[in-house]
Design a protein around this ligand. Structure first.
Ligand code: FE2
Ligand code: FE2
Length: 166
């Protein structure tokens, strides 16, 4: 039942897996470069995308489908922070766009639970879009100072024996 929904749900799983991989890659590299604020942001968002995978997988199994746990796209080896944020923002925009369409599709063939799930995900992806957009605005506004400040924050925290950022 609901074969069409299962196809869309699996497409979403593949996109979410891509996001998990890319955001974790960005997390490692921001952490390596000393940018704790962004490292934390990418990590927390990757975890939220992982929860999306879980919710989608539960729905697929409920519909008696098989979860195709593969990423749609590969990790791009981006190390420049502005490029990371631009890619992440574009990914969120695309996801919000796709999930809106797929919510409507599911509704059109009387699968309102999948519809509701896609609508819930749209709300999260729009919030993710906004958080990356704000960071890009900060970079535009403050230039290199924006990144320098993050490195200084880490040094201060380490010098005072504070806990490491996540
Ligand atoms: Fe997501
Ligand atoms: Fe997202």
């Amino acid at each position: 039942m609901h074969e069409k929904s299962i196809v869309r749900l699996n497409q979403a799983v593949a996109d979410e897996m891509t996001a998990v991989h890319r955001y974790m890659y960005f997390h490692f590299h921001c952490d390596d470069q000393g940018y704790d604020l962004l490292a934390g942001l990418f990590k927390r968002t990757a975890i939220e995308e992982m929860v999306h995978v879980e919710r989608l997988a539960e729905r697929i199994l409920f519909l008696k489908g098989e979860v195709e746990l593969v990423a749609a796209e590969e990790v791009q080896k981006i190390h420049a922070v502005a490029e990371m944020l631009k890619l992440a923002r574009a990914m969120e925009e695309q996801s919000a766009h796709d999930y809106n369409l797929w919510a409507n599709e599911c509704g059109n063939h009387a699968d309102n639970i999948s519809k509701k799930l896609f609508e819930d995900l749209v709300a999260d992806e729009e919030r993710h879009y906004d958080q990356y957009d704000i960071e890009l605005e900060n970079m535009d506004k403050f230039g290199d100072h924006y990144l320098a400040l993050q490195s200084i924050e880490r040094s201060k925290r380490r010098a005072s024996g504070g806990p490491p950022a996540d």
